[in-house]
Design a protein around this ligand. Structure first.
Ligand code: DC
Length: 234
């Protein structure tokens, strides 16, 4: 890991497959540190939603490039929560459906989309004081992030967590179907040509299969505080 304290602190990268607990952990860690939480998956989801509304096919790179050029994505804090705005419209709820999740996996593999969001993400994070969650933060977006984590869990456990989340929201899904979708998303994210999901060589590996949220948070916070202390002492 590089050794540099930026204007607002350090950059913390949290990568890993869907359902590993990245969003909840990133939110808590950011709050503890007083850092900004950047959910890059939500940015890709916003692109997928807008592409669907504009009836752009997932493989239509020229149309996706035009869409991204005219798209402004931002985050705004709403009490404990963080809202996602696409051209000023709050799309936080609309981007969370299963349908948009699968479409996002396809859209996020396209070059023009990755290029456009890469630039936006670097702009949002380069001053530090941020926790970014995604798939390629430690490998592509900020390979020089001061702290990197790779958070994973077995596909069965991630499917089970997702199933509980969806049924709690009243969605009619089966456990097997949900685990299969998690596994499909993994294959799409790991197998794509650009910025595939992969652990950075210098990322701290955390398997959350049998760890509580508090345990994962404690591991991460301690690693971050050690890094901050080392950098402040330099
Ligand atoms: O984390 P999530 O489930 O909201 O991500 C939605 C999709 O976006 C997922 O299929 C992977 C993709 N994604 C990506 O390719 N790169 C990122 N940095 C974040 C998400």
């Amino acid at each position: 890991m590089s050794a540099r304290l930026r204007a607002n602190g350090v950059i913390i990268a949290i990568d890993g497959p869907s359902g590993a607990g990245k969003s909840s952990i990133t939110k808590l860690l950011a709050r503890r540190l007083g850092y900004l939480h950047i959910d890059t998956g939500a940015m890709f989801r916003a692109v997928a939603l807008m592409a669907k509304r504009a009836q752009i096919a997932c493989e239509d790179d020229p149309a996706l490039a035009v869409l991204c050029r005219g798209l402004d994505i931002s985050f705004c804090r709403d009490g404990e929560n963080c809202r996602v705005l696409a051209n000023g419209e709050d799309v936080s709820g609309a981007i969370r459906s299963e349908e948009i999740g699968l479409l996002t996996s396809c859209v996020s593999a396209r070059r023009p989309v990755r290029d456009a969001l890469l630039a936006m993400q670097r702009g949002m994070g380069e001053a530090g004081g941020v926790v970014l969650e995604g798939r390629d933060i430690g490998t592509v977006v900020f390979p020089d992030a001061e702290v990197k984590f790779f958070l994973s869990a077995s596909a069965e456990e991630r499917g089970r967590r997702r199933y509980l989340e969806l049924t709690a929201r009243g969605e009619q899904v089966s456990l097997k179907e949900t685990i299969d979708k998690v596994a499909l998303r993994d294959r799409q994210d790991e197998g794509r040509e650009y910025a595939p999901l992969r652990k950075a060589a210098d990322a701290v590996d955390i398997d959350s299969t049998s760890l509580s949220m508090d345990e994962v948070l404690a591991l991460m916070e301690s690693a971050v505080r050690q890094k901050l202390a080392a950098l402040q002492g330099e």
